[in-house]
Write a protein that binds this ligand. Structure first.
Ligand SMILES: Cc1cc2nc3c(=O)[nH]c(=O)nc-3n(C[C@H](O)[C@H](O)[C@H](O)COP(=O)(O)OP(=O)(O)OC[C@H]3O[C@@H](n4cnc5c(N)ncnc54)[C@H](O)[C@@H]3O)c2cc1C
Length: 592
């Protein structure tokens, strides 16, 4: 497997490093093995899943579970499972590729995603050898389905407030679990559950619970807006007798397990959203070239081209941030000593290092697919509203992506909150970077005539203005900044914009210097960066008005003016979007 060469060594560091010193992993770096797996999964999805999608969506456990076993036979349930426990232990880039490629039935994709992610990784990373031997080989074949039970009726976003308890029995042989879990994906089908509970009412811990455990019942299936072919059930525990050997890792380590696994879950969710967005662009571009209005195909209309152009820009950015992020995580894993006794625990804990970036992938990926599907539905006109056309079910299925794996509100708070933490504990040298802002603004930019040189300088400015706003907000509100949710969300959107723009530009430069340059990717980078400036400047004024309570200081206004002058790009985005759309129409499929 190819490795990334990125120099970043902690989450959030992209804000401080220069775009000129950054290299990233992108899909252009896929190895031949990655490409083969991509094709294999796409073929499987089309031939085995799409052909039976209608049945899957009617909620057919036998069919879904037999398809899971087929995935098991292909090795696709064991990508993250070590070979000694029945898996094939491929790199994390492969996990991302599979998550992106299983797009035909989001219900089936989520069954797979939980099985290979939050349902099994707690055991892979934090289980004992005995636990791994007992469960992982069957999980890898699909004989055993797994699930992850964190959410409770009165604690969702605030998962750490869980009420479920685990009390050691008098003979010390069992934990007696009492409580209720809700919304559990694969809940009705699983043979094994990762369940979080408080030992002695306080120490948040994780347990492996088998479905035939005395005192444990699986509740009813939920009737959902979308994802109707997946299982979502309640779990009820009444003195459920869980053997002590089913404790995962250590008492009190539940949060470590829960959040490190959620980091990769969030990331994979972004991958699914990417696959969905690409599907929609392909379907909408084919439809637009077929559907006629006013005597011509609607693809000729500028309004439709604008949509396809913008949908492609956002999807390209999502794609790029996804593979950049998984490249960073893979680098981190590659640095861990494989022979160390704690290799798997270290791997699990390494996922937390890029929590900022995985939350960015979750937020931007799910906002992107939500918006892309909405635009796609609009392109289909009235037919977009009919169930027999692809956009209506996609619209319903996609909606949950902004809710689960931590709502997008919570993930935006994670992004800004973690950056705040790293600034305050000086894990990232923000102070130095902020001190350099004045000299940056007073130095003439060194923009030559190389490809996207002006856009690169704009990204450098965007990083500086992001830090400037963050510093102003932190100076005004100190620790209370975390409660200023509107500002926190705007800051996190600025950070996401910067990460996406930088990733997009670097990828486009890579594509253009390869032996297969694609000119319209340059248009994509220009559109994204130009519109990023508008988004950031609008938020800049809102944030400063909040920080200065409506009377922004002259000094701050001068600083913003200097930033604006330096950042603004004069690209003709109207024409660029047309160019992008024309290229997509020509290819008849999302082409990047
Ligand atoms: C189909 C489906 C499948 C799921 N699968 C699983 C699963 O397998 N395992 C599992 O454990 N869970 C699962 N969940 C649960 C899911 O993760 C939660 O629904 C989600 O975390 C939100 O929790 P909640 O529903 O309690 O909403 P709440 O926490 O009540 O939030 C309600 C609203 O308030 C906002 N909000 C809450 N707190 C804050 C805050 N501090 N700041 C700003 N806004 C805030 C939220 O963003 C949201 O908009 C699933 C959910 C669904 C719908």
């Amino acid at each position: 497997m190819s490795k990334t060469k990125n120099e970043h060594n902690t989450g959030g560091q992209f804000l401080l490093d220069s775009i000129f010193d950054t290299s990233i992993f992108t899909r252009e770096d896929f190895s031949s093995e990655h490409r083969e797996i991509y094709k294999m999964v796409m073929d499987f999805d089309r031939e085995r899943v799409l052909s039976q999608k209608e049945e899957i969506e009617k909620f057919d456990p036998d069919l879904s579970l037999s398809l899971m076993k087929e995935l098991g036979e292909l090795g696709l349930l064991g990508i993250d499972i070590p070979e000694e426990y029945g898996g094939i232990d491929l790199d994390k880039i492969t996990s991302a590729i599979v998550a992106e490629s299983l797009v035909q039935s989001p219900s089936f994709a989520v069954t797979w995603s939980v099985q290979t992610g939050i349902g099994s990784l707690p055991i892979v990373w934090f289980g004992t050898d005995e636990q791994k031997q007992k469960y992982l080989p069957k999980i890898a074949t699909g004989e055993l389905i797994c699930a992850y039970g964190l959410t409770e009726p009165s604690s969702g976003s605030d998962a750490m407030q869980a009420d479920t308890t685990a009390t050691l029995s008098d003979d010390g042989k069992h934990y007696l679990i009492n409580g209720e879990k809700v919304f559990i994906t694969n809940g009705g089908w699983a043979g094994v559950f990762i369940v979080f509970a408080r030992v002695d009412g306080s120490k948040f811990s994780a347990f492996i619970v088998e479905n035939d455990t005395e005192g444990f019942t699986i509740g009813r299936e939920e009737n959902k807006l979308g994802m109707k072919g997946s299982s979502t059930a309640q779990l009820l525990f009444q003195d459920a007798k869980v053997p002590v050997e089913n404790l995962l890792y250590e008492v009190g380590k539940g949060a470590t397990i829960a959040f490190n696994c959620l980091n990769i879950g969030r990331f994979k969710l972004g991958c699914s959203c990417l696959g969905g967005s690409k599907q929609v662009i392909s379907a909408a571009s084919v439809y637009a070239q077929d559907r006629k209005a006013f005597g011509t195909t609607i693809s000729k209309f500028d309004a439709i081209r604008k949509k396809i152009g913008e949908m492609s820009v956002r999807t390209f950015a999502t794609d790029t941030m996804i593979y950049r992020t998984i490249g960073l995580l893979q680098n981190e894993i590659d640095l861990i000593d494989k022979d160390a006794p704690n290799y798997y625990i270290n791997t699990g804990e390494a996922m937390g290092k890029y929590a900022i970036e995985t939350s960015m992938v979750k937020v931007f990926g799910s906002d992107c697919s939500h918006w892309v599907i909405d635009q796609g539905l609009q392109i289909f006109g009235g037919y977009g509203f009919l169930e027999e056309y692809p956009l209506a079910p996609a619209y319903r299925d996609d909606r949950v992506n902004q809710i689960w794996e931590g709502t997008n509100e919570i993930n935006r708070q994670i992004i800004t909150g973690f950056i705040m933490k790293k600034a305050l504990n000086e894990e990232l040298p923000f102070r130095d970077a902020i001190r350099q802002i004045d000299s940056f603004l007073n130095t003439k930019p060194d923009v030559d005539d190389t490809l996207l040189a002006k856009e690169c300088d704009t990204v450098e400015s965007a990083k500086k203005i992001g830090l400037y706003l963050f510093n102003e907000a932190l100076s005004e509100f100190a620790q209370d900044l975390k409660n200023e949710h509107q500002i926190v969300e705007m800051l996190s959107d600025i950070f996401i914009d910067i990460y996406c723009a930088e990733s997009t530009i670097i990828r486009v430069k890579k594509i253009m210097s390869s032996d297969k340059p694609v000119a319209s990717t340059v248009d994509i980078a220009k559109v994204f960066t130009t519109e990023m400036v508008d988004r950031i400047l609008a938020k800049t004024h809102t944030i400063l008005n909040a920080v200065f309570a409506g009377s922004v200081s002259t000094e701050a206004k001068d600083t913003v003016d200097k930033f604006e002058e330096r950042m603004r790009l004069s690209n003709n985005v109207v024409q660029l979007k047309r160019n992008i759309a024309e290229y997509v129409f020509d290819q008849k499929v999302y082409p990047y």
